[in-house]
Design a protein around this ligand. Structure first.
Ligand code: ADP
Ligand code: ASP
Ligand code: MG
Length: 411
């Protein structure tokens, strides 16, 4: 089937604010139509309407604290189904040949990790079938997939629709995926934190991955990792400003084509702010190390076990489950907590050049900025592409603004 059809397929994703209400959905339909009218076939990946997934999560929390189950995922996945059906109907009203697809109908198979599943394979047969006719549209519910042997629904972790989109582009053998969102690209720091932040027209997958890991939610971490691995360019554009302009000059292109990356006059590309957390240190008074396994299993991530001490971070919504685990070990442990922390990460290229230790210099400058503003902090980690600093969460936005101004804008 292939080449003629393939050439004309465009995969584009619209996030929650872009589909927040039926008026916003009309705008999405206009964007989609502007592509179909040029002869493209479009795969639209949609998020739930803004705030909807949070509402579903709150509803769930009234009943259970466990967010890694079949029923939790089935509930959470409904938000995207709602927006997919509504947008499809709007497209049909415009005279387009459109059809909605759940994650399962779109062939998105994942592993069994409820609440944070990984896409393992996409069979795009149904999508290709829908796209046979020129100018047709497949509207796919993002953020979800299914487990092949049970048919159970899974979700990909909060913000996961970006990953659905990039994975779909990969399955359709495309080299580009468009992510429409509420900002007109990736900025050196979240533009909602710093009004003077500048858009980055081109950024490498490696740098973007650091931004995403450090908490810049403009792109879901797994979407960038998938794009990097499959060599797919992600074009981040604003839903609001795109339609009448030349989109190639807008937004941000996330790419591996290094030759495209313009010469930067600073080693620092940007700054990202992480989620709030409490740092918890559990001293084991007995020989029982099982608590570390319990924590790992329930948090679905590694914890640091150092001789007789377990160290881990507690993020939003994890208090209850961790409280229960710690309570059951109360007689065998001594617990200390550093509350309300956050990280500010400085992203860039800190590879050592001609014996110059760039990372050390950047760390020294960052620390001096923080010292002169009386912001207590700890340098958590230093790599060739990211310097992570922990501080009181009340100062995270101020710290990010100061770092951006001093290390990126004034450079
Ligand atoms: P969507 O609902 O479209 O998926 P998100 O809210 O997930 O949108 O991501 C867009 C948001 O990401 C922006 O509104 C912005 O506040 C935030 N953001 C964080 N860091 C950055 C950054 N470096 N550049 C642009 N946006 C950023
Ligand atoms: N609706 C989901 C969330 O809010 C997925 C997404 O928006 O990408 O996390
Ligand atoms: Mg998002």
């Amino acid at each position: 089937m292939g080449t003629i059809l393939q050439k004309n397929i465009v995969v584009m994703k619209f996030g929650g604010t872009s589909v927040a209400n039926t008026e916003a959905m009309q705008n999405v339909a206009n964007i989609v139509a502007s592509y179909t009218h040029k002869g493209n076939n479009v795969v639209v990946i949609v998020s739930a309407m803004a705030g909807h997934t949070n509402q579903l999560a709150k509803l769930w929390q009234q009943i259970s604290w466990q967010t890694n189950s079949r029923e939790y995922d089935k509930l959470m996945a409904t938000g995207e189904i709602i927006s997919a059906t509504l947008i499809t109907e709007i497209l049909k009203n415009k005279g387009l040949n459109a059809k909605s697809f759940s994650g399962m109908e779109a062939g998105i198979a994942t592993n069994k990790k409820h609440g944070d599943a990984e896409i393992i394979h996409i069979d795009p047969t149904n999508i290709r079938k829908q796209l046979r006719e020129r100018g047709s549209v497949a509207v796919v519910a993002g953020f979800q997939g299914f487990i092949r042997n049970s048919g159970d629904t899974t979700t990909l972790g909060r913000g996961g629709s970006d990953t659905s989109a990039v994975a779909m582009a990969k399955a359709l053998k495309l080299n580009k995926c468009i992510i429409f969102t509420d900002v007109d690209g990736v900025y050196g720091v979240d533009p909602n934190i710093h009004t003077d932040a500048k858009r980055i027209p081109l950024i490498s997958h490696v740098e973007m991955l650091e931004f995403a890991k450090a908490g810049a939610k403009v792109l879901h971490e797994k979407s960038v990792a998938t794009a990097q691995e499959a060599n797919i360019d992600i074009h981040v554009l604003s839903t609001k400003e795109t339609i009448n302009n030349n989109s190639n000059e807008q937004g941000t292109v996330v790419t591996s084509n290094q030759y495209k990356i313009y010469d930067r006059n600073s080693n620092v590309v940007g700054v990202a702010v992480g989620e709030n957390y409490h740092k918890c240190k559990v001293k084991l008074l007995g020989a029982d190390k099982n608590i570390a396994n319990m924590l790992k299993e329930n948090l679905k991530r590694g914890v640091n076990l150092n001789h007789d001490e377990v160290i881990f971070n507690i993020y939003k919504n994890e208090d209850e489950i961790i409280g229960k685990i710690l309570h059951s070990y109360a007689s065998k442990t001594a617990i200390t907590m550093d509350k309300n922390l956050s990280t500010v990460a400085i992203i860039g290229n800190f590879t050592q050049q001609q014996n110059q230790t760039i990372a050390d210099e950047v760390v020294a400058r960052a620390q001096s900025i923080l010292h002169s503003n009386a912001i207590a902090h700890t340098v958590e980690s230093i790599t060739e592409s990211c310097i992570t600093i922990a501080l009181d969460s009340n100062y995270k936005e101020l710290a990010a603004r100061l770092m951006y101004t001093e290390l990126v804008a004034n450079n």
